[in-house]
Design a protein around this ligand. Structure first.
Ligand code: MRU
Length: 360
């Protein structure tokens, strides 16, 4: 059976893509069960993204690109023109999966453009081209994480505890991770670091996924209640904070998992460096500031329940914004695969991403 995957995949991998379809590691079941579910159609892929079988901005982008290939494989179009029109309809459908992570829209736009630019290719060839492009998006993300790791490792202290929020690891990317990739690279370089993982209510990505990943790669990890972060910082038990991002605006404002903003304020108050690690595909220079970033509101049920246990009285309401926006002035540096970006972000983001600026 044909398997599509990068030449040197990470040891933790959110997918298995074969000619049968896309097998997704069901992240809702971690850390208790490692079970893959099979998606054969683009609609199944959209449902899996929406229901957080797979999550994390770069992973959502890669999954959507593969979902578009699954959609393309089932199109009945005979001509190139009809194929492209139908492909765009599938892309529009996949784009409705979740609103905040820009990697989703970035990946779909890149895939559609790739097909449009192949002016001589018919439907059969276009499917092959799209399959190769989705694999390239996956491979590029994995190598971006490894490069980010090398740049970011230098910023972390020689020893101590690094606090992270949500899960910005291999499960959330093409492999290796953004924020967790930086920690992995620093440990691989000999730094003596441990991880403090915010549990990240309500979905518990920190308690379930970050702790699971760190255990797999052998990095000491302690899960903490979200509310413990400020106390631990004030007691000198946190040497740096590093998080991922779902979308970064042109002025450096960062949308990431709800609770990130509070951590950044606490880090500033306690004079602790606050780093964001994200690939260039997470930047949205069309958003001038964080105010323009759409923030997903998820079901109140996720707040009413912790696992299968109802924790609120019946008859009360709950709010569940899935992300918040951290203002650029609270961010010490943004680590990308092109280098480390420091303030002023409005000037330095385009300069570093275009490769024009020297970075350290
Ligand atoms: O709701 P999620 O689990 O998709 O949110 C994920 C995050 O907020 C991550 O920190 C972000 O996507 C970066 S992943 C490298």
């Amino acid at each position: 059976m044909k398997v599509f995957q990068p030449a040197s995949p990470d040891l933790i991998c959110a997918w298995r893509w074969t000619e049968r379809g896309l097998y997704l590691l069901d992240q809702r079941l971690l850390p208790w069960r490692e079970k893959y579910i099979l998606c054969r159609t683009w609609q199944e892929v959209r449902k899996a993204i929406r229901e957080m079988v797979v999550r994390g901005a770069p992973a959502i982008g890669i999954t959507a690109a593969i979902g578009l290939v699954l959609g393309a494989e089932r199109l009945r179009a005979r001509t190139r023109k009809a194929f492209l029109a139908a492909l765009k309809r599938v892309a529009r459908g996949l784009a409705r999966a979740r609103p905040t992570a820009v990697n989703l829209f970035w990946a779909l736009e890149r895939m559609v453009k790739r097909a449009e630019n192949e002016t001589d290719a018919g439907p059969g060839e276009l499917i092959e081209i799209l399959r190769a492009e989705a694999l390239t998006i996956w491979e590029e993300d994995l190598s971006a994480c490894r490069r980010m790791g090398r740049f970011g490792a230098e910023l972390l202290p020689e020893e101590g505890a690094v606090l992270t929020h949500c899960n910005a690891g291999a499960l959330a990317t093409g492999g290796y991770g953004t924020a967790l990739g930086v920690i992995r690279a620093a440990v691989e370089a000999g730094k003596r670091l441990s991880v403090l993982a915010d549990e990240t209510r309500p979905y518990l990505q920190g308690a379930r996924l970050t702790a699971w990943e760190m255990k797999k790669v052998g990095i000491p990890v302690a899960v903490i209640p979200d509310a413990a972060a400020g106390f631990l910082m004030a007691r000198g038990r946190v040497q740096a904070v590093i998080v991922g991002a779902d979308r970064i605006a042109a002025n450096g404002d960062v949308a990431n998992k709800i609770g990130t903003y509070s951590l950044a304020v606490l880090a500033r108050e306690n004079r602790i460096p606050f780093y964001v690690a994200a690939p260039s595909s997470t930047f949205d220079l069309r958003c001038p500031s964080g105010e323009a970033i759409p923030i997903e509101e998820r079901s109140p049920e996720e707040v009413h329940f912790c696992g299968s246990l109802r924790v609120t009285p019946f008859g009360v309401s709950a709010a569940n914004p899935a992300f918040d926006v951290t203002p650029a002035e609270l961010i010490t540096a943004i680590i990308t695969e092109e280098g480390v970006i420091r303030p002023p972000y409005s000037r330095n983001i385009p300069a570093v991403l275009s490769g024009e600026a020297q970075t350290t």
